[in-house]
Design a protein around this ligand. Structure first.
Ligand code: IMO
Ligand code: MG
Length: 428
């Protein structure tokens, strides 16, 4: 029953879309289990460049089904627009299924995301503004609307009436905003029901059936472990569980079904939004990487913060996920650097700290302890064999493997499918 997970090891944007697309040629299904359209997964292949937010990144392959699991929050407007866009570019979108248990991002979630961020002032999380947090709040608060609810009008109407009363009270009385009209929200629901009905399925059963037939299923992580609601740098996190536990709850999948857990790490660090990042580097130093790597958010266009590889955070990520293999992306971006730093421990209150602290205040005071390694002149860009890598690049990869405690199975040397070194087989 081979399911394999591809999980962000850092703060998101590790290149998961490219990795999924690279692997999806050899699988039967690609499944999203958490997050929503806060994700931005870039896929570059023979049909062009795709920036996917909700549709699983395997969709470009004709062999793979795309499944959106119960752990995902779905904005139907975004999904429908994304499907139309990729269909117009020659991709067959009929192979998509959505869990009836997935929660819907309602219009008031987006309104509340903006108001809540504004109210946080200087402590703003820097959310993507897509209604993700408020949708998950309602899920946990047991007042969410699910895809299956959209399909049952008679029970939906009283649910929406009740929830909208509550949301309008928040919007008007706390934030001084304009209430949403019930008729408008219901009209949206009616349209969405029609649009989503062909895709809604009991996906937990579907995945189970695929696995029982010996089919290979790839679990596509969104966000990253350090943005995990439980394990990330709380409260500067997203509201879901991007790490491996989320793959089980977000799909209704038992852990024994998962044969491999790939941790995707960039060769340096980035973070978009607020919150501490101990190995962050100065604007002047970081802008070279940002420009070269085009480190701007796919979802919001914001400039990403840049830092050196954080070995402490990476080791913690390994602890949470139990990675069976590592995927190192964007190694080519470091081509031409004279020397490269690696954060191997933190210093806080005059003492050395070797683990990622739970307390965000403490994390914010952590200073990086760096190890410096010589860079390389010859390019790694577009390399497809380990033997093409300069010695210093190989040494860098090896040091990262040591820090994470896991072997590199794939190294990405450019955005396209072909710019990939398959160090060892992922599927066993
Ligand atoms: P992918 O899948 C990077 C960040 C936001 C913000 C925090 C909370 O492309 O790796 P939210 O809108 O989720 O409530 O925002 O999480 N964030 C991401 N950062 N990559 C992502 O997804 C992200 N999804 C959310 O910037 O700091
Ligand atoms: Mg992204």
């Amino acid at each position: 029953m081979p399911a394999y997970a591809v999980i962000g090891g850092q703060w998101g944007d590790e290149g998961k879309g490219k990795v999924i697309d690279y692997l999806a040629g050899d699988v039967d299904s690609v499944v999203r289990y958490a997050g929503g359209n806060n994700a931005g997964h870039t896929v570059v292949n023979d049909k062009g460049t795709f920036q996917l937010h909700l549709v699983p990144s395997g969709i470009c392959w004709p062999n793979a089904y795309g499944i959106i699991g119960n752990g995902v929050v779905v904005d139907p407007d975004v999904l429908v627009a994304e499907l139309a866009e990729i269909a117009a570019r020659g991709i067959d979108t009929s192979r998509l299924y959505i869990s009836e248990r997935a929660h819907v991002i309602m219009p008031y979630h987006i309104v509340l995301d903006h108001y809540e961020e504004k109210a946080r002032g200087d402590a703003a999380i820097g959310t993507t503004g897509r209604g993700i947090g408020p949708a998950y709040m309602d899920k946990i608060g047991r007042m969410g609307i699910r895809v299956g609810d959209l399909l049952d009008w008679d029970s939906l109407v009283p649910m929406v009436e009740q929830v909208l009363d509550h949301k309008n009270a928040l919007i008007t009385k706390i934030y001084g905003g304009e209430p949403l009209a019930l008729d408008d929200v219901l009209a949206k629901c009616l349209l969405w029901a029609e649009q989503l009905a062909p895709y809604a399925k009991p996906t937990e059963q579907l995945i189970q059936d695929l696995l029982a037939q010996g089919k290979r299923v790839l679990l596509e992580g969104a966000q990253g472990t350090l943005l995990d609601i439980d394990h990330g740098s709380y409260p500067y996190v997203t509201s879901s569980s991007p790490s491996i536990g989320g793959a089980c709850t977000g799909l209704g999948l038992n852990p024994q079904a998962i044969s491999g857990v790939l941790g995707v790490f960039k060769a340096y660090s980035t973070r978009v939004g607020g919150g501490p990042m101990p190995s962050e580097i100065s604007e002047a130093e970081g802008s070279e990487i940002r420009e070269k790597a085009h480190e701007f958010g796919v979802t919001t266009g914001r400039a990403r913060r840049i830092g050196w590889f954080d070995g402490v955070a990476a080791k913690y990520s390994q602890l949470i996920n139990g990675f069976t293999g590592l995927v190192l992306t964007r190694l080519d971006i470091l081509d031409g650097f004279k020397s490269i730093k690696l954060c191997v421990a933190y210093e806080v209150n005059g003492e050395r700290l070797d683990r990622f602290p739970a307390n965000t205040g403490l994390l914010a005071r952590c200073k990086p302890i760096y190890e410096e390694m010589p860079g390389w002149d010859q390019p790694t860009a577009s390399a497809t064999e380990l033997s093409q890598l300069p010695e210093n690049a190989l040494a860098y990869v090896k040091r990262i493997e040591e820090l994470v405690g896991c072997r590199a199975q794939i190294i990405s040397t450019g955005p396209s499918r072909g710019e990939t070194i398959q160090v060892e087989p992922v599927f066993t």
